[in-house]
Design a protein around this ligand. Structure first.
Ligand SMILES: O=P(O)(O)O[C@H]1[C@H](O)[C@@H](O)[C@H](O)[C@@H](O)[C@@H]1O
Ligand SMILES: [Mg+2]
Length: 283
């Protein structure tokens, strides 16, 4: 049977690499910063421009109208965020926007592709490191041309765990996030880390550099590509309560194995977040 998505996958890699070059170039000039949901949820003209370039390139290649697009900045500007059975591109043009603004060296272009709500492939280009992570369902995960594999560590005391504090600075959420981090540190684990971009964090789990990354508050575009990459590197993806993963729930646990995942899940203090596909309240 013809392989329907190989050419789309190859094209996504090309588009991610080209988008990364635009981000690197933009980082050399003065960056104009705006905010979205709160004072620390940053967005720049580069986020907007790169998303337009990516979606424009994909529409040119697959522009018969049968493909759908979920992009961070399109959604932020009012587009719906509903995953249907149609071929759908899920795009974070600049994952690690705050890092980009500060010149902190972890910024990723994340492009995922789903059909019938199944993630078919994911591409994460860490553009300041010039590392291309990619994976197709059932075909393994790669960093550039090297196949990658999750860590084989089963002893939680010998693990590095990644988490992020996100952009919500409410006392309720900050308290729960840091109480969770404190409990994990005191297990003890070897260390807690965070790159500042969910997509990169997932690639660090996929490449064996960390045993788990979890976060409550991320969006589908931050993690969709990383989900495929972690799964194809032999890892697992769960909800933060240990249940089945739901791409639109804004909660995710990615780990090298079930033992590590379940041990960390025991420490997570869960707080509620609005789903990505929640109906937009009428103005
Ligand atoms: O950089 P963006 O695309 O906004 O996504 C990040 C988000 O802003 C942070 O709050 C999260 O902690 C990161 O995991 C996301 O990658
Ligand atoms: Mg982003």
């Amino acid at each position: 049977m013809a392989d329907p998505w190989q050419s789309a996958y190859d094209f996504a890699v090309q588009v991610a690499r080209a988008a990364g070059a635009v981000i690197r170039k933009a980082g050399e000039d003065e960056i104009k910063v705006q905010t979205k949901s709160c004072a620390v949820d940053l967005v720049t003209q580069t986020d907007e421009r790169v998303e337009k370039i990516i979606i424009g390139s994909l529409k040119e290649q697959f522009g018969d109208g049968s493909h759908c697009f979920i992009g961070e900045e399109s959604v932020s500007n009012g587009q719906p965020c509903n995953l249907t059975d149609k071929p759908t591109w899920i795009i974070d043009p600049v994952d690690g926007t705050t890092n980009f603004v500060h010149g902190f060296p972890f910024v990723a272009v994340s492009i995922a592709f789903a059909v019938n709500k199944e993630l078919e492939f994911g591409v994460v280009y860490s553009c300041l490191e010039d590392k291309m992570y990619k994976a197709r369902k059932g075909m393994g995960a790669f960093c550039d041309d090297e196949q990658i594999q999750v860590s084989d560590v089963k002893d939680i005391n010998k693990s590095i765990i990644i988490s992020e504090h996100g952009t919500d600075r409410s006392i309720e959420k900050v308290t729960k996030i840091f109480s969770t981090m404190q409990k994990i540190l005191r297990i003890p684990v070897h260390g807690l880390r965070g790159s500042g971009t969910a997509a990169t964090n997932m690639c660090l789990v996929a490449s064996g550099a960390s045993e788990a990354f979890f976060e409550i508050g991320i969006h589908c575009w931050d993690i969709a590509a990383g989900v495929v990459i972690v799964r194809e590197a032999g890892g697992i993806i769960l909800d933060v309560d240990g249940g089945p993963f739901d791409l639109m729930s804004r909660r995710m646990m990615s780990a090298n194995n079930d033992i590590i995942a379940k041990r960390i899940i025991k420490e997570i203090e869960i707080f509620e977040v609005l789903r990505d596909d929640a109906p937009v309240p009428s103005k």
